[in-house]
Ligand binder design. Structure first.
Ligand code: PMP
Length: 428
């Protein structure tokens, strides 16, 4: 494929935007080469500035669960835009989407909308600290909760891709309050709780990790975490920025039947516009300003365009369980197809999958945490990525990311992808 115009646009962008991108993972630094500049997208496909058509497995890193330019979202946003784009005053649509979200997600009474997943997680942790009167938090190596200071401690996603899981600029003072555990290792969490009695405000976790590839919770890990949190009076925060409204209507809480104390959302909840949210029971949410003392705010929070997009997508997802079943079936089909061609070509691999999240790792050992995720052969991944791109299949440019399956993908698209993997596998 030819990427002449993308290359030229990237060179131009590099002059005025650090690294030419507004979010690091877009830069292809982990895999080499020039990032692709998108011109437009529809359904399951991206069309780039050079006229190439790509099947998209990133889908804006999760939001486009029903495909790009999904008509009800486009219509809702266009209609709203004509009535004014921001007021900084309450609007009815904020209540409408809040009512719908609260009805879909188990175990929450109130929800506060923000502008990104980062803001949602940052605010959730502040609320947990304010509610419990404790400072320390536990997070898991390889989990990513946005780029707020407290979370850039062994963070996944781009932070791992670029070898900077602990970012300069995060003070020692902040870092010391973030304790680190290994994903799927309950003894590790137990030890931290015992060693820091009455000091831990919350445990924050991606209930299915998606920022070190896709890593499912194993052996009732989430239930065991819930039990430990109850024993130690610690709040359990599910960061459902990826899993929310994706794994089920009620997200991972519904799928695994585990109650979280605070839930964070992003991605799908905004239908592709900048939206995040955090939610909990009244008892916790009532600590938030203006009801309570924990401060949190946003000039553009609850923005009418963003709310219109979010309401349109949640309405569609709420309509039938069929969408979630279909997404899981398509993902399973892809999993089986890719596993077969990789095995037939004798390529060492492990594939992880939950619902419509899936990742391919080039190592034979099970991938259960950050250490096992990091063992994957990155040279093979790079060849895999560029080979697929050349065939017109666009996956995340890093092994530390999940693929997001959209309902816009047809079985022909999936067969095309499996066939592309077969071609690429021959040269790995
Ligand atoms: N939490 C999780 C689980 C995420 O995957 C992400 C982003 N990929 C975030 C938080 C941060 O969201 P945002 O990029 O919208 O700030």
């Amino acid at each position: 494929m030819i990427y002449k115009r993308s290359s030229a646009l990237f060179t131009e962008a590099e002059q005025v935007i650090p690294g030419g991108v507004n979010s690091p993972v877009r830069a292809f630094k982990g895999v080499g080469g020039t990032p692709i500049f998108v011109k437009e997208a529809k359904g399951a496909y991206l069309y780039d500035e050079d006229g190439n058509k790509l099947i998209d497995y990133i889908n804006s890193w999760g939001p486009m669960i029903l495909g790009h330019a999904y008509q009800p979202v486009v219509d809702a946003v266009v209609k709203k835009a004509q009535k004014g784009t921001s007021f900084g005053m309450p609007t009815e649509i904020e209540t409408k989407i809040a009512e719908l979200a609260v009805s879909m997600v188990p175990n929450i009474d109130k929800i506060r909308f923000v502008n990104s997943g980062t803001e949602a997680c940052m605010s959730a942790v502040r609320l947990a600290r304010g509610y419990t009167g404790r400072d320390k938090i536990i997070k898991f190596a390889g989990c990513y909760h946005g780029h707020s200071d407290s979370f850039l401690i062994q963070a996944g996603s781009g932070a791992s891709t670029f070898g900077t899981p602990n970012s300069p600029g995060v003070t020692q003072g902040t870092a010391k309050d973030t304790l680190l555990a290994q994903y799927n290792n309950i003894d590790n969490v137990k030890e931290l709780l015992e060693a820091n009695k009455n000091e831990i405000a919350c445990i924050i976790i991606e209930p299915v990790a998606g920022n070190m590839g896709c890593v499912p919770p194993q052996n009732d890990f989430l239930q065991k975490l819930r039990n430990l949190c109850d024993t130690h009076n610690v709040l359990l925060i599910f960061d459902e920025v990826m899993t929310g409204f994706r794994l089920a209507r009620g997200g991972a809480q519904e799928l695994f039947n585990i109650k979280a104390d605070i839930v964070c959302f992003g991605k799908v909840i905004g239908g592709g516009l900048p939206v995040g949210a955090f939610a909990a029971r009244n008892e916790i949410m009532n600590h938030l300003a203006p009801l309570g003392p924990v401060y949190q705010a946003g000039t553009l929070s609850g923005n009418p365009l963003a709310m219109a997009a979010g309401l349109a997508i949640l309405t569609a997802l709420n309509e039938s369980q069929e969408i979630f079943n279909r997404l899981a079936e398509k993902t399973e089909y892809l999993h089986k197809g890719i596993a077969k061609v990789l095995s037939d070509n004798k390529i060492t691999h492990t594939i992880n999958r939950v619902g419509s999240m899936i990742s391919v790792h080039f190592d034979e050992a099970e991938v259960v945490d950050f250490n096992t995720a990091a063992k994957g052969n990155n040279d093979t991944f790079k060849s895999f990525f560029h080979g697929l791109l050349n065939e017109g299949v666009y996956i995340a440019p890093s092994a530390f990311e999940t693929w997001f399956i959209t309902d816009a993908l047809s079985y022909e698209d999936l067969d095309f992808t499996i066939n592309a993997v077969n071609k690429v596998a021959k040269s790995l």
